[in-house]
Design a protein around this ligand. Structure first.
Ligand SMILES: C[S@@+](CC[C@H](N)C(=O)[O-])C[C@H]1O[C@@H](n2cnc3c(N)ncnc32)[C@H](O)[C@@H]1O
Length: 491
């Protein structure tokens, strides 16, 4: 296995020193480090794999395993790194299924302190079941990993369990054939919630969640246009498709390293799924409008608002200081921090609006509220491990509070868009349904063509609910509300 610690790819001295500290690391071992960090330390895949400079700097000074950052600094085109990521994502996608298999193969559960061994077994079975690598390689490399994590005692166990799987996989599959967690590889609470919310669609959603999402980008139409950019991509050997309803979107035929996107560092494009790109259409922006982006980080919609209407007087609010830095970062990449753009960034809690709001009503408000992220599991399979049923009550409460607070700051006749990347009704149409019980508002439609396409497939009376994979989009919900001026306005 080649050495993954390739100093020539280090960007600066600090990184070179860190890379030098890394011993020879195999792709499989890297995958185990990442997997353990997700399972044991509760780290998110996004966080672990982020290649943004900001995150790299944080990783350099962070408290997690000292070995997980240097690899992230290498080009994503490195095939070994790609293999490590492949194992990581696959092991997480099929985590619940493989865990059920392991319960059949182990006499007793492994101890918490042996999570690394558990991860080696998860990734070993993932390779045997889903990858075309030769079985003997998957087994012997997994056995060798015991030594790499200084637990030579576990070699025999790993060997026995993986060989046991080879022998008994059919029998185990039959035994578990009625267990939903095994069939859909999701925790039971998510399966049950989806069954309840979407009895006709839940199987499709669960299946889509285990698939790979396409890489979608947004073209910065202030600097270029979609057709010219598509040509530029083509010249780089990157083929893409336009989307039928998202004006600024291109979907790449194959994912690629962001830095190979033409003009990426100059803000000509950014990575953003298609569904969140639709929000800006519903906002119906006009020059000089006062707009509030209520939950702004990492800044995807903040930059889209300014791109669509550069003469916006924008206030972007974000509670997390470190996440707000990411908004600054993306604004800077888009060259939107200069004086020609009027954007105010506030590191405050949205709910404390009485402290930070100057009392001038906003014409438009976007609240892309914190949510379960159940619509983006295919991009972030670690959500299936991290998100708990018990999180839901507090999430729903904060969403409701953000919506009610935002409404106070919206001028009569103004428009608000509520959005989540969730497919759970309780965070979406139920919230809006309840909102209508106490407030007077009119539902907003998307521009005609998009409205037609979305409503044809629509499953909800309030707003637009998109399921993962639908029209190549992530699971997403958004709903536009106009604040009525008087009772006769109500439709
Ligand atoms: C779904 S993300 C927003 C994504 C963003 N709109 C974009 O397009 O890039 C939700 C954000 O809300 C922030 N947030 C959560 N609670 C908040 C609060 N009470 N006040 C302000 N921001 C909050 C989170 O830190 C997170 O960055």
């Amino acid at each position: 296995m080649p050495n993954l610690a390739n100093n020539s790819l280090a960007k600066n001295k600090k990184e070179q020193t860190q890379l030098a500290q890394v011993k020879v690391v195999s792709a499989r071992l890297q995958a185990i480090w990442w997997l353990s960090a997700v399972i044991k330390d509760g780290r998110s895949v996004n966080d672990l794999l982020s290649v943004s400079n900001l995150t790299l700097d944080k990783q350099a000074s962070g408290s997690h395993s000292k070995n997980d950052s240097p690899l992230a600094r290498q080009s994503q085109n490195n095939s070994q790194l790609a293999f490590a990521k492949h194992i990581l994502f696959g092991s997480l996608r099929y985590f619940h299924q493989i865990k059920a298999i392991l319960e059949q193969l182990l006499d007793k559960p492994l101890k918490q302190k042996d999570t690394d061994i558990f991860c080696i077994l998860i990734s070993g079975i993932y390779q045997l079941k889903y990858l075309s690598v030769p079985d003997h390689a998957a087994i012997s490399e997994s056995v060798d990993l015991a030594k790499s994590v200084n637990k030579k005692w576990a070699s025999g166990l790993i060997n026995a369990v993986l060989r046991g799987y080879q022998r008994k996989n059919k029998e185990i599959g039959e035994r578990l054939s009625k267990a939903d967690t095994f069939l859909y590889s999701h925790p039971n609470w998510i399966i049950n919630q989806l069954k309840m919310d979407w009895p006709n669609n839940y199987k499709k959603i669960l299946t889509a969640n285990n698939e790979r999402a396409p890489m979608a980008i947004r073209i910065n139409t202030n600097l270029t246009n979609k057709l010219s950019y598509q040509k530029l991509l083509e010249e780089q050997g990157i083929n893409s498709q336009q989307h039928s309803i998202a004006k600024d979107a291109l979907i790449l035929d194959q994912p690629c390293d962001v830095y190979s996107l033409p003009g990426f560092t100059q803000g000509q494009s950014t990575v953003q799924d298609v569904a969140p790109q639709l929000v800006v259409e519903l906002l119906d922006l006009k020059p000089g409008f006062k707009v509030l982006d209520g939950c702004a980080a990492p800044g995807g919609k903040t930059t889209h608002i300014l791109q669509r209407e550069p003469n916006t007087l924008l206030t972007s609010v974000e509670k997390s200081a470190s996440r707000l830095e990411r908004v600054t970062e993306v604004l800077s990449r888009f060259n939107m921090l200069d004086n020609s753009y009027k954007v105010k960034l506030l590191n405050v809690d949205f709910l404390d609006y009485q402290d930070w709001w100057n009392g001038e009503f906003f014409d438009r408000i976007l609240i892309d509220v914190p949510c379960s992220a159940s619509g983006v599991i295919r991009r972030n399979p670690d959500i299936k491990i991290h998100r708990k049923k018990t999180d839901m009550e507090s999430l729903v409460k904060i969403q409701r509070e953000i919506l009610n607070s935002a409404w106070q700051m919206l001028k009569p006749g103004g428009k608000l868009v509520y959005a989540t990347c969730s497919v759970f009704k309780v965070e979406n149409e139920d919230q809006i349904n309840q909102f209508f019980e106490n407030n007077r508002a009119k539902l907003l439609d998307m521009p005609l063509e998009a409205h037609q396409e979305l409503k044809d497939k629509s499953v909800t009376d309030f707003g637009y609910q998109i399921f993962p994979g639908q029209m190549q989009m992530d699971g997403f919900y958004f709903c536009g509300l106009e604040k009525l001026l008087s009772s006769s306005d109500q439709s």
